[in-house]
Ligand binder design. Structure first.
Ligand code: ADP
Ligand code: G6P
Length: 466
C-alpha cells in the first residue's frame, strides 16, 4: 500500500461491512460519533485511515472514499471477544463513563487488547511516510502511541480520546493502569473533550509514573507531552444543506402528519447504550403520562435506538429492558392507532435523521455520561428556523458548549419531568433566543475548526529531530 503524510488510526473505519437482506455485502456509514466526525474532515484530505470494517475474519479490500484511502484491519472471533467486546467495551467503556455499569476486570482480555494494539501500530507504521502525522483515536487503541513511537520515532503522534477520561479514583481501579497511561503518553499531543480530563491525566501521571504533570503539558522520561481540550463537533454546513433538500423537507412534513399534526413531538436518537440514559427518560415520560401531565392525545415520543455492540451482555440486557418498558407504556397509555411511544431499533440514513430532527418540538438528550454527544449538535444544525427545544444532560460534553439548552440532571427523574414540561411549554420567543445562541456557537465551532485546532497544536508539538 502507498504511504501517506496523514494517517488516522481508529478502531472503526467510516464504512461498515453490512450484509444486505439478499445476502450481498454492502457498505454503509458506521454508527457513532467518531466515525461521522472524522469522515467529514478526511473525505477531502489525502490521508489513510487504518481501522476495522466491522465484520469477523479476513477484511475485504475497500474502495477509497474520495482522497481517503482505507486500510482495513481484520479481527478474529477471539480478538473480537477479548479486545473489542471485552477490554475495550466491558472494561474501559463503563469505567470511563463513571462506572454507570460495573466495569468487568477479566484477566484473559488484556493479552488480546495488547496484541491488537500492536497490530494497529504496525499497520500505521507501514502506511506512514517519513515524518508523517499519525492521529490515533479513542480508548480502543490507547497503547498505540507508545508502540508506534518505538517503531517509527520519525513521525509526530497525536492521540484523541472521544470519551470522558475518568477521575483518578476510578482510573486507579484498572489492573493495567500504568501500561494504559504510558501507552497514551507515547503521543506528542493528547487531546480530550473537556479540560477536566487533562487535569485528571496530569494528576495520574505524577502519581503513577513520577512524571511532572501540569494541565497543559506532562514531562515524562525527558519528553514533553502536550495535553488539552478540543471539543469535537459536526459538519454543520453538511447538515444544513442536507436539511434544506426537498426530500428532507417533504419527509419532515410527512412524518409530522403521520405522528399527528396537532401533537407535540418529543424525540430521542441514540446508540442503544446504557450510558445514554434511555431508561431514565422512559421513566420520566411514563410518570408524566401516569400523572396526566402529558396526554397521549397531545404528545408523542419517538425513540430511535440504533443497535450497538449487540453481543455484549449489558447491551442485550438493556435492549430487553427498554423493549419491555416501551411495550408496557404503550400498553398502558396508548390508544388504537395512537401509541405513546414510537420505538425504532434500526439505522437511518442521514437524510431521514435530518427529517426526524426537523419534526421534533423537544429533542431529549439525557446521557448519564457522554464525552460529547453529537446528536445534540446535529439537532441544532438541522433546524431551519428558530423553533424547537433541546433538553440536554449536564453530563454530556456538549452541555459545556450548548449552555442555552434546557440543562438537566438525568439522575433526578423529578427534575427531568419538570424540565420536559418546561421545554414543552416554553414561550416561542424564549426558544428562538436559545436556538439562535446554540446555532451561532456550532457555526463557529464545527468539525473543521476542531480538526484545524488539533492539527495545528500537533504540528507545534512535533519533536525537533536531530
Ligand atoms: P456516540 O458517539 O456515543 O454514538 P454521538 O451522539 O456523539 O454518540 O454520535 C452518535 C452518531 O450516530 C450521530 O452522528 C448520530 O447521527 C448517529 N446515529 C444515531 N442514531 C442513528 C441511527 N439510528 N442511524 C444512523 N445513525 C445514527
Ligand atoms: C463512541 C466511541 C467510538 C465508537 C462509537 C460506536 O462514539 O467513542 O469510538 O466507534 O461509539 O461504537 P462501536 O463500538 O460501534 O464502534
Amino acid at each position: 500500500m502507498r504511504q501517506s503524510s496523514l494517517v488516522v488510526v481508529a478502531n472503526r473505519l467510516p464504512l461498515d461491512d453490512n450484509i444486505a437482506p439478499d445476502g450481498a455485502c454492502e457498505w454503509r456509514r458506521s454508527p457513532g460519533g467518531l466515525a461521522g466526525a472524522l469522515h467529514a474532515i478526511l473525505e477531502q484530505t489525502p490521508a489513510t485511515w487504518v481501522g476495522w470494517p466491522g465484520a469477523i475474519g479476513e477484511a475485504a479490500r475497500l474502495p477509497d472514499l474520495g482522497t481517503l484511502r482505507l486500510r482495513p484491519m481484520s479481527l478474529t472471533d477471539d480478538e473480537l471477544r477479548g479486545y473489542y467486546e471485552g477490554f475495550a467495551n466491558s472494561t474501559l467503556w463503563p469505567l470511563y463513563h463513571d462506572a454507570v455499569e460495573p466495569p468487568v476486570f477479566d484477566r484473559g482480555w488484556w493479552e488480546s487488547y495488547r496484541s491488537v494494539n500492536r497490530r494497529f501500530a504496525e499497520a500505521a507504521a507501514e502506511v506512514a511516510e517519513p515524518g508523517a502525522t499519525v492521529w490515533v483515536q479513542d480508548y480502543h487503541l490507547q497503547l498505540v502511541p507508545q508502540l508506534l513511537r518505538e517503531l517509527r520515532p520519525d513521525v509526530v503522534i497525536g492521540f484523541f480520546l472521544h470519551v470522558p477520561f475518568p477521575p483518578p479514583e476510578l482510573f486507579m481501579q484498572l489492573p493495567r493502569r500504568i501500561e494504559l497511561l504510558r501507552g497514551m503518553l507515547g503521543a506528542d499531543l493528547v487531546g480530550f473533550q473537556r479540560p477536566q480530563a487533562a487535569h485528571n491525566v496530569a494528576q495520574l501521571a505524577t502519581k503513577l509514573l513520577g512524571a511532572h504533570g501540569a494541565d497543559d503539558a506532562i514531562t515524562l522520561d525527558g519528553r514533553v507531552i502536550r495535553t488539552g481540550a478540543f471539543p469535537v463537533s459536526i459538519d454543520v454546513a453538511e447538515m444544513r444543506s442536507l436539511s434544506a433538500r426537498p426530500y428532507v423537507v417533504g419527509q419532515a412534513h410527512r412524518l409530522r402528519h403521520d405522528l399527528g399534526s396537532h401533537k407535540r413531538v418529543l424525540l430521542s436518537v441514540d446508540r442503544l447504550d446504557y450510558t445514554k440514559g434511555i431508561e431514565h427518560r422512559l421513566t420520566a415520560y411514563s410518570e408524566l403520562l401516569r400523572d396526566g401531565r402529558i396526554k397521549v392525545r397531545d404528545a408523542v415520543m419517538v425513540q430511535v435506538a440504533v443497535p450497538s455492540r449487540e453481543r455484549v451482555e449489558n447491551y442485550r440486557g438493556l435492549r430487553d429492558r427498554i423493549e419491555r418498558e416501551v411495550g408496557r407504556i404503550n400498553g398502558e397509555y396508548g390508544r388504537v392507532g395512537e401509541p405513546a411511544i414510537h420505538y425504532l431499533n434500526q439505522p437511518f440514513d442521514r437524510a431521514d435523521l435530518a427529517a426526524l430532527y426537523q419534526t421534533a418540538d423537544v429533542m431529549v438528550v439525557t446521557p448519564l455520561r457522554d464525552g460529547m454527544n453529537l446528536v445534540a449538535k446535529e439537532f441544532v444544525a438541522a433546524r431551519r428556523d428558530d423553533t424547537g427545544a433541546l433538553v440536554l444532560s449536564e453530563f454530556a460534553g456538549a452541555a459545556a458548549e450548548l449552555e442555552d439548552a434546557f440543562l438537566v440532571n438525568p439522575h433526578d427523574v423529578d427534575g427531568l419531568k419538570e424540565t420536559l414540561l418546561h421545554a414543552l411549554a416554553a414561550d416561542p420567543a424564549e426558544l428562538a433566543t436559545r436556538m439562535k445562541a446554540m446555532r451561532d456557537h456550532i457555526t463557529t465551532h464545527d468539525i473543521h475548526a476542531w480538526a484545524r485546532a488539533y492539527l495545528t497544536e500537533l504540528e507545534l508539538a512535533r519533536p525537533l529531530l536531530s
